[in-house]
Design a protein around this ligand. Structure first.
Ligand code: SF4
Length: 596
């Protein structure tokens, strides 16, 4: 039988043929000559461009964004916020981005491309857009897809025809001391403290809106008042005069500061810090805001289930299509939403930095295995670790202090930051705190925390479609639910579509939460021995109880606002003997008139 076997003489011929085939395939794949990947070198945003180039940013709530924009303006930058990402932006992200990204990537990347397309429609040419706009965003080294955002922005911009558009990064791993490396955007003391104030104000105001709006006596009053308040605070952040020691110092000291750079810098930094945190202008602006907000009339006797929002960073923050307008929907359905501040995330980063430093110290310490008598080396190991921990610890304390101070200055009813150590401890049996990515152990920790401390009636976790860390937490949450049987926990996967389905699932869980809230309220009211009519009567006579910043002390084990309120009013009635006597007389009179 005839065969077509190729005759190969020896091994070297096999090698030669393999090489030839490899070369052919590499040529087809465009790999010849080999090109290694290098991170694209971004065109610098220079100081001379500041007056012409507009910085774009987005991804927060409108309150954060307005305040951040005001700080940029106050520091002399041109700046604009992107609109809230919507479904068309998501579709643009899908069209121009890579396949298999997570939901926030599509929304945020598509949102930027959509905005640039809008600028083009308004008559700007592409070179004008490339030269006169830059985008400022957070970056990370991962491990989830957050690490790919920068590359994803560049890829989609290139595909959409905006190749060369500048993307400036603020890395979360660099924390608050990050520097862009671009001389056009300088992290000065004024800019840093302005941003700190803007972030804290944004968080606290966001928290207040969701605490007050469900109970507003006049529909729309909360939105209207908060809009005016945020505008007022923006004006303050924008127009605040920068502290300069050369101007403020007495005449005799001015030359000293002029000639000594270190002295000038030190006094300027301290003065600016004081001005931003304790300055008269800032405190006056906060006092005005507080008075304005306190004018909204509330009725806290409305029974509403408290829904704590957790989940992925962006999905739990955005107020648009990115999470199916979930907060608006929940309020429409009669719930009180408990939102998560960005400050928790920053506190988490610092807490993790401390825990990581401690865990890696046996490897990172300067002297690996000092002998027992080498006291100097032992000391160097000890003090090296302490120095790092003290540094981060000081940052943590300052962060918490300034956040809680903002709460105090804005009425004192905002929610305090949950202690990170407790969150890590509560999550630990289910989720190791060193498993990084996304919200890490926070989703599990918060779920347990709000349940065991009875701070809400239901936990709603908003997790984007395709989110790796959230899928991991979801798996773990089934074990958590098994342990805490009375927990109402609902994870919702947010994507560009499926809004009706998500809303209907939330409605079902909310039904249970409403029953829980109502039962709790009835139990609390019964325990006071008073009727709702009596409570209302007392509130009518004491208008301070209708003020949103009236402080209702928290009672352990009670989650609902209305339940807390009736118990507090009942305590006040018990102490108010005049009111007692009057109501008793009135009660006797009514019963007598009725022939009872
Ligand atoms: S946490 Fe999830 S949704 Fe957020 S960037 Fe990472 S993978 Fe995407």
């Amino acid at each position: 039988m005839a065969t077509n076997l190729i005759q190969i003489a020896n091994d070297s011929e096999i090698k030669a043929r393999l090489e030839a085939e490899r070369a052919r395939l590499r040529k087809i794949a465009g790999l010849d000559p080999p090109r290694h990947f290098h991170r694209p070198v971004e065109r610098a945003f220079t100081a001379e461009e500041r007056g012409r180039v507009t910085i774009l940013f987005g991804g927060f709530t409108w309150k954060h964004e307005d305040l951040i924009r005001a700080v940029f303006h106050g520091c002399g930058y041109r700046c604009e916020k992107l609109p809230v990402p919507d479904v068309p932006a998501f579709q643009i992200g899908k069209e121009f981005g890579n396949n298999g990204q997570c939901n926030p990537t599509y929304f945020t990347v598509g949102n930027l491309v959509q905005y640039l397309q809008l600028l083009e429609k308004q008559g700007l040419s592409r070179p004008e857009i490339l030269n006169n706009y830059v985008f400022f965003t957070a970056g990370s080294c991962g491990p989830c897809r957050f690490g790919m955002y920068e590359a994803e922005y560049r890829f989609a911009l290139k595909n959409a025809g905006f190749d060369g558009f500048r993307v400036l990064l603020f890395k979360d791993s660099d924390g608050i001391k990050a520097a862009s490396g671009e001389p056009g955007l300088k992290f000065t003391v004024d800019f840093g403290f302005g941003m700190l104030n803007a972030m804290h104000l944004g968080d606290v105001i966001n928290d207040l809106i969701y605490q007050i709006r469900p109970f507003e006596a006049t529909l729309g009053a909360t939105d209207r008042t908060f809009r005016e308040t945020v505008d007022g605070l923006c004006e303050d952040l924008k127009n605040r005069k920068s502290f300069e020691i050369e101007r403020r110092a007495p005449d005799w000291a001015k030359p000293k500061f002029k000639n000594n750079k270190i002295l000038r810098y030190t006094f300027n930094a301290l003065g600016k810090w004081h001005e931003h945190m304790w300055g008269k202008d800032y405190l006056n602006a906060l006092a005005t805001a507080r008075r304005k907000l306190d004018s909204i009339e509330v009725d806290r006797t409305r029974v509403k289930p408290v829904v704590k929002i957790t989940g992925e960073f962006w999905a739990q923050l955005t107020e648009g299509d990115g999470n199916f307008h979930m907060f608006e929907f929940l309020e429409r359905e009669g719930a009180q939403v408990l939102v998560e501040p960005i400050a928790t995330w920053v506190a988490y980063l610092m807490y993790q930095a401390k825990a990581n430093t401690r865990a890696k110290w046996p490897v990172n310490r300067p002297h690996a295995n000092p002998k027992w008598h080498e006291a100097k080396k032992h000391f160097a190991n000890y003090i090296g670790l302490r120095k790092k921990l003290w540094g981060i610890g000081a940052g943590e304390r300052m962060w918490n202090f300034f956040y809680h101070r903002t709460i105090k200055n804005l009425g004192g009813i905002g929610h305090h930051l949950v202690p990170q150590t407790e969150l890590a401890l509560l999550a630990h049996p289910f989720y190791n705190q060193f498993a990084r990515g996304g919200e890490g152990h926070l989703e599990v920790g918060k779920n347990v925390y709000y349940t065991v401390h009875k701070r809400c009636h239901m936990v709603l976790a908003l997790k984007p479609f395709g989110c790796m860390p959230s899928s991991q937490s979801d798996g773990v949450q089934s074990a958590v639910i098994n342990k805490f049987r009375d927990m109402i926990f609902l994870p919702i996967e947010t994507s560009g579509e499926g809004e009706v389905n998500a809303h209907s699932r939330v409605q079902m869980a909310l039904g249970e939460a409403k029953v829980k809230a109502k039962t709790e309220f009835e139990h609390c009211l019964k325990s006071t021995g008073k009727t709702l009519l009596e409570i209302h009567g007392y509130v009518e006579e004491h208008p301070e109880l209708k003020r949103p910043f009236y402080h209702v002390p928290h009672r352990e084990g009670v989650a609902g606002t209305a339940a807390q309120f009736v118990m507090h009013v009942s305590d006040r009635i018990n102490r108010d003997t005049r009111f007692w006597k009057r109501t008793r007389v009135a009660g006797v009179a009514i019963r007598a008139a009725a022939g009872d």
